[in-house]
Design a protein around this ligand. Sequence first.
Ligand code: PXP
Length: 253
Amino acid sequence: MPKLCVNIDHVATLRQARGGVEPEPLWAAMLAEKAGAHGIIAHLREDRRHMQDEDMRILSKVVQGRFNMEMAAVEEMVEIAMELKPTVCTLVPERRQELTTEGGLEVKGNFEAVRNITQTLIAAGIEVSLFIDPEPEQLRAAHLTGAQTVEFHTGTYANAAAAGQAKHLTALQDSARLASKLGIKVAAGHGLTLRNLEPLLQIEEIEEYSIGHSIVARALFVGFETAVKEMLELINRPRISKAALAAPPSYRF
Ligand code: PXP
């Protein structure tokens, strides 16, 4: 079954709205793990709009499962990562004006810089994941950096109207297949919700989902543990595998 890692940035966004101490991202991390999440993700942005350095320090000590530090590919963040030693660093593009991460990392066009940072982090024992659009050129460049994982940006799929989702799903499926052939682990995330996740679950190569906003939003009404459990239930729901679907009808039940 794929893993669920919960991005808790927006717990910090709510706290920063008042500049106080609540809600505390640490509680969200603990409740998410109690509910069965396999890991916690936090993005330390250069403008510190949600997570603060102290949050990252605490989370890096307390998270029991995979702690994934999302970060821009810049020296300042590399230094912090080298000190905190998260399980994973996910390299993402970052623009100050954006509301959220708006696209995948341009790996091909910044190859040397991304490869150097990737290799520095790997040498420190940190797994590296590159957040990219599901495009073969970016994927092949990501592979050449030595990164162990790619996280496919699902935002375009998630934001497309229902009628337009099929072509994005195909691009994700094709890229996931290629990643698997290249020996890279596949994760996926951005904009995923209880409504749009199900079709993606048919892509067997996706080993991990990174979901934040929709879980934090739903947690306001049902509580954090329940919101995480609902997502896990959907991910773990038994599915007819593609192999079973391809089998002659007499083997189906
Ligand atoms: N993956 C990456 C690389 C992201 O930047 C984000 C958003 O911070 C997510 C996953 C989670 O996206 P969402 O909050 O829309 O679930």
